[in-house]
Design a protein around this ligand. Structure first.
Ligand code: PEP
Ligand code: MN
Length: 279
């Protein structure tokens, strides 16, 4: 009988004594973990060419340095809009060409990782996939930067263990994204765990950003949560923005208009300055 191996502990995701913050480079200009915060804007889902181009142009004008947009959407109901899939990827490429913004988009299925990685500048692992271990291993086998969202029911330690899967598979380019957790209080869609941001900045060397949109679930509260995130030490923000939110096929109620996104940027910039960062 084989000898029982001593249990190996999570280590790659944890900050070792004196270890500096890790930097995750997307392009020569865009980097997570430095003094400058990374502002990402864009729609929940890519819907059509006009929507993604118009939204991308609006967010870049307001100061965003990356574009988000889902081509594969993880929807609770199988009858809801599931995303444009490959066509969505093509539209993202056109938006990148039109604006120069690098793109982050979700990959849901390990079988799609190669295809999405060939196009995207960063792979998003959504909340519902944070413990999809085959998917984590698959993105870990690439060198593409990964945006790892926190699961809605995932503890900080479980989340770091999920990051460890990617790191242990050989991909060091991991950015964590707090997006709210489920609590007893259902006033907002989720409860933004600002405390987790402060804890993670201590516990891990990986960059930590915040998605205030899925935390709030309501456009009226997104900016306040974004400011709180910056004050708590977040390295960036992921904010759902739509050129015409009322027409959005998913997450309409939490999507900001270009004008609201621009106001969020100004407010967060002031907070960033107050905490010794730039945006
Ligand atoms: C999204 O970013 O549109 C999304 C589905 O987010 P989450 O996985 O955090 O719910
Ligand atoms: Mn969404």
């Amino acid at each position: 009988m084989a000898a029982v191996q001593p249990k190996k502990k999570i280590s790659l995701a944890l900050r070792q004594d004196g270890q500096p913050d890790s930097l995750v480079h997307i392009t020569p200009e865009v980097c997570f973990g430095g003094e400058k915060l990374v502002l990402i804007g864009g729609p929940c889902a890519v819907e059509n060419l006009q929507q993604i181009i118009e939204t991308a142009q609006a967010v870049v004008q307001a100061g965003a340095v990356m574009l988000r947009g889902g081509a594969w959407k993880p929807r609770t109901s199988p009858y809801d809009f599931q995303g444009l899939k490959e066509e969505g990827l093509e539209l993202l490429v056109q938006a990148r060409e039109a604006t120069g913004l690098p793109i982050v988009t979700e990959v849901l299925d390990p079988r799609d990782v190669d295809k999405v990685a060939q196009v995207a500048d960063m792979l998003q692992i959504g909340s519902r996939s944070v413990q999809n271990f085959p998917l984590l291993r698959e993105v870990g086998s690439t060198q593409k930067p990964v945006l790892l969202k926190r699961g809605m029911m995932t503890t900080v330690d479980e989340w770091l263990a999920a990051a460890e899967y990617i790191l242990a598979a050989g991909n060091k380019n991991v950015v964590l994204c707090e997006r709210g957790i489920r609590t007893f209080d259902t006033t907002l869609r989720n409860t933004l765990d600002v405390g987790a941001v402060a804890v993670l900045k201590h516990k891990t060397h990986l960059p930590v950003i915040v998605d205030p949109s899925h935390a709030a679930g309501d456009f009226r509260y997104v900016t306040a949560l974004a400011k709180a995130a910056v004050a708590a030490g977040a390295d960036g923000l992921l904010v759902e923005t739509h050129c015409h939110p009322s027409d959005a096929l998913s997450d309409a109620g939490q999507s900001l208009t270009p004008q609201q996104f621009s106001e969020l940027t100004a407010g967060c910039r002031a907070v960033a300055t107050a905490v010794g960062r730039t945006l």
